[in-house]
Design a protein around this ligand. Structure first.
Ligand code: UTP
Length: 413
């Protein structure tokens, strides 16, 4: 069997350890899982884990400039807003929500977008975003096309949720769901893990898998056929995101960048968030764990953090750049996580405390482009993340911020 030989070549033949005891259906499943593994990539990733740390820190960090919308004159904002709205009216931009993550910290069973943050209306995160799209679509006089990136883990449940809610009256034809690619997990000896006796332990390959997965489904051709040239991108878990924001689009059109990103100023020097900068002259995000403390604390003459523009995970990409990035290649990041798997020796479920999971980060795409438009917005108006079950960045904190901005929600319910 060629697949067995291939697995053997990469010392992964244990993936077929239970083959003889499987049903026909189960055999098909494990063989298809194995066929889809890029063994050379997995070997490289494993070998890179050890030297990844040593490679870091060599880059030259410098500040990146930004356009500060928080101090922009009202008439200038209006002008840019109208410019963006014109572009939306021509159907030039679509919205894309990245909803393929596993939402482990939140601990909600089911896709994160189905989560009810406890508003009086009990709108889910998906419905909150859909309401934002309805509002802007009404202003533009046409529906903004909405792509939703799922994963193979939550795809069926996500689609079923929309069906159950009649696509929130946004129109089934205006929403496209597509699953992102998956990547296997490994133990610390480089062995790919099994999830069951007939399936490989895989996870979504990170939000950086977005463009290659969009390309995989022929998304770029579809968008071009429709005359769409701009992609508005956001995560599912910011319930204050301004969907397809005309102001952001107006800025993008005017400034002429190929990629733009929203930011807000961090509150403290050591806030746990990635900030925009340049690395070796190219736009980048530097994680709070990576930035030297003297740079993190550096302020300009007005007392503003020089490295303070925090990554909101809200971007606009020009379609040609997005398509180029789909094949440009990005580095995988390794996370050490607790994982349940099938122990090959016993055939029983067991827990590995320190398995390797691999993830692509969308912000790594910035190092492949020449410049990035950083658009600084007001944090309290546009950022209310739902990451944790309780405490900081939880449903409770997000709900409070949402209610503060959407005061009408209280009155309407
Ligand atoms: P996070 O990094 O916060 O991950 O994702 P998460 O999966 O939602 O939550 P944890 O870390 O497991 O607790 C930021 C955004 O990127 C999307 C998420 O759905 C979220 O909108 N994402 C993340 C993907 O679409 N795919 C991925 O593989 C990872």
């Amino acid at each position: 069997m060629t697949l067995l030989n291939k697995a053997k070549e990469f010392k992964q033949e244990h993936l077929l350890a239970f083959y003889d005891e499987l049903s026909e259906e189960q055999r098909k499943n494990i063989l298809s899982d194995i066929e889809n593994i890029d063994f050379s990539l997995m070997k490289d990733l494993y070998e890179n884990v050890a030297c990844a740390k040593a490679q870091k820190g060599a880059e030259c960090i410098s500040p990146i400039s930004c356009t500060d919308a928080t101090v922009m004159a009202e008439d200038e904002k209006k002008r840019l807003y109208n410019k963006g709205l014109e572009s939306l009216k021509k159907g030039k931009m679509m919205a894309l929500t990245m909803a393929g993550g596993q939402g482990t910290r939140l601990g909600h069973t089911g896709p994160k977008g189905t989560y009810d943050i406890g508003l009086p209306s009990h709108k889910s995160l998906f419905e909150i975003q859909c309401c934002g799209l309805k509002k802007v679509s009404e202003e533009a006089g046409c529906k903004v096309l909405w792509y939703i990136m799922t994963s193979h883990i939550n795809h069926a449940e996500t689609v079923a949720f929309f069906e159950e809610h009649n696509y929130f009256d946004y129109g089934k034809e205006n929403i496209v769901f597509f699953p992102q690619a998956m990547i296997p997990a490994m133990d610390k000896d480089g062995r790919i893990l099994l999830e069951s006796k007939y399936s490989v332990n895989k996870s979504p390959n990170g939000n950086g898998g977005l463009f290659s997965s969009l390309k995989q489904i022929g998304g770029f051709e579809e968008l071009r056929k429709k005359g769409i040239t701009r992609i508005f991108i956001c995560g599912i878990d910011n319930c204050l995101v301004k969907m397809a924001d005309p102001l952001f689009l107006g800025y993008f059109e005017e400034a002429g960048y190929k990629v733009a990103a929203k930011s807000f100023i961090k509150r403290t020097a050591d806030e746990k968030a990635g900030v925009f900068c340049k690395k070796d002259g190219k736009p980048a995000v530097i994680e709070y764990t990576e930035i030297p403390s003297e740079l993190a604390a550096l302020q300009d003459e007005n007392g503003v953090w020089v490295y303070g523009d925090t990554n909101v995970l809200n971007y606009i990409f020009d379609i040609d750049t997005a398509e180029f990035l789909a094949t440009a290649g990005m580095p995988y990041h390794t996370a050490v996580k607790k994982l349940t798997h099938i122990d090959i020796a016993t055939g029983e479920e067991a827990i590995i405390p320190d398995a390797y999971k691999f993830e692509l980060f969308l912000f790594d795409a910035f190092t492949s482009i020449d410049d990035l438009g950083v658009f600084r917005i007001e944090r309290t108006e546009e950022f209310a993340p739902v990451k944790n079950a309780t405490g900081v960045d939880s449903a409770e904190s997000a709900r409070e911020m949402y209610m503060e901005i959407h005061k009408e929600e209280k009155e309407n319910e």
